[in-house]
Write a protein that binds this ligand. Structure first.
Ligand SMILES: Nc1nc2c(ncn2[C@@H]2O[C@H](COP(=O)(O)OP(=O)(O)OP(=O)(O)O)[C@@H](O)[C@H]2O)c(=O)[nH]1
Ligand SMILES: [Mg+2]
Length: 250
């Protein structure tokens, strides 16, 4: 059994409530149905926490919340929603002491969420996926104890693209950055055109234009598509894509 599944089993035993951390930009895809199944099987409660909400339009989240119950949305970087989340945890525990396990895909924002809730930098965070290696208890107050866990993949066969989008596979380590970048452009065509002010009828053309914009021109004056793709994926993974968008909209 992979090491991370061992951690999940321990946290499922110790915790009364499990927070599944989801990425606001891809709520459904960041749900790990295998963990959810295990939580339900153990008779434990689940609370969905949609994080990185600073990177999306809140109307999208509110729509998703209609079918995702109970759920709370937050931004750890902007410290948004943390009071509501603490209230929700207390509501679930009926005001009693509670141990809460925090699970989710690698790099989704688990440790950052724990720090935002505790108001301290107790759990170490990183843009590097797979950063948290072991479990760590972090006390929020005299009622709430959180357990940070390493990120979990599923045992199902999933595409590299999904992991790239989640940031679980780092942009620098993607085996096929071009395919992933083209897929991202296909999914987010309008946003990418708007953010980077590029035109083009198809994904390839847009990627070529991005190469010029990013100044990634290789030998023989040809666009360096590998470097361009990795840079685009980096912009997505670090949330810079949204920032560029936000700035231009202002
Ligand atoms: N924009 C934005 N970025 C965030 C937010 N929360 C976390 N991040 C970023 O996401 C990356 C991963 O955060 P971590 O908290 O280390 O994620 P993790 O789930 O603990 O990752 P592993 O321990 O590797 O599984 C970091 O670069 C964070 O700065 C958020 O609310 N908004
Ligand atoms: Mg972590």
């Amino acid at each position: 059994m992979a090491q991370f599944w061992r951690h999940v089993n321990i946290v499922l035993t110790k915790a009364d409530l499990i927070i599944e951390v989801l990425d606001a930009r891809m709520i459904e895809e960041s749900r790990n149905k295998e963990i959810e199944y295990k939580i339900i099987e153990r008779g434990k409660k689940i609370l969905y926490v949609i994080t990185k909400c600073d990177l999306v339009n809140l109307a999208q989240i509110k729509q998703a919340q209609k079918t995702l119950k109970p759920s709370v949305f937050i931004s750890s970087t902007e410290k948004l929603g943390t009071t509501i989340l603490k209230k929700k945890i207390m509501e679930i525990s009926h005001g009693e002491k509670i141990t809460v396990g925090v699970v989710g895909y690698p790099n989704v924002g688990k440790s950052s969420l724990i720090n935002a809730l505790s108001g301290r930098s107790s759990a170490r965070t990183s843009s590097e996926s797979g950063f948290t290696k072991g479990m760590q208890n972090v006390r929020v107050n005299n009622k709430i104890l959180l357990i940070d866990t390493p990120g979990v993949f599923t045992t199902e066969d999933e595409t590299e693209y999904k992991y790239v989008k989640l940031g679980s596979i780092d942009y620098a380590k993607v085996k096929d950055p071009e395919t992933a970048a083209l897929q991202l452009i296909q999914e987010k065509t309008d946003e990418i055109k708007k953010i980077y002010k590029v035109t083009g009828d198809d994904e390839e053309e847009i990627l070529n234009q991005l190469a010029i914009l990013f100044n990634k021109i290789g030998k023989g004056n040809k666009p360096d598509l590998d470097a361009t793709s990795r840079l685009l994926l980096r912009e997505w993974q670090t949330g810079k894509m949204k920032k560029a968008y936000g700035n231009k909209e202002k």
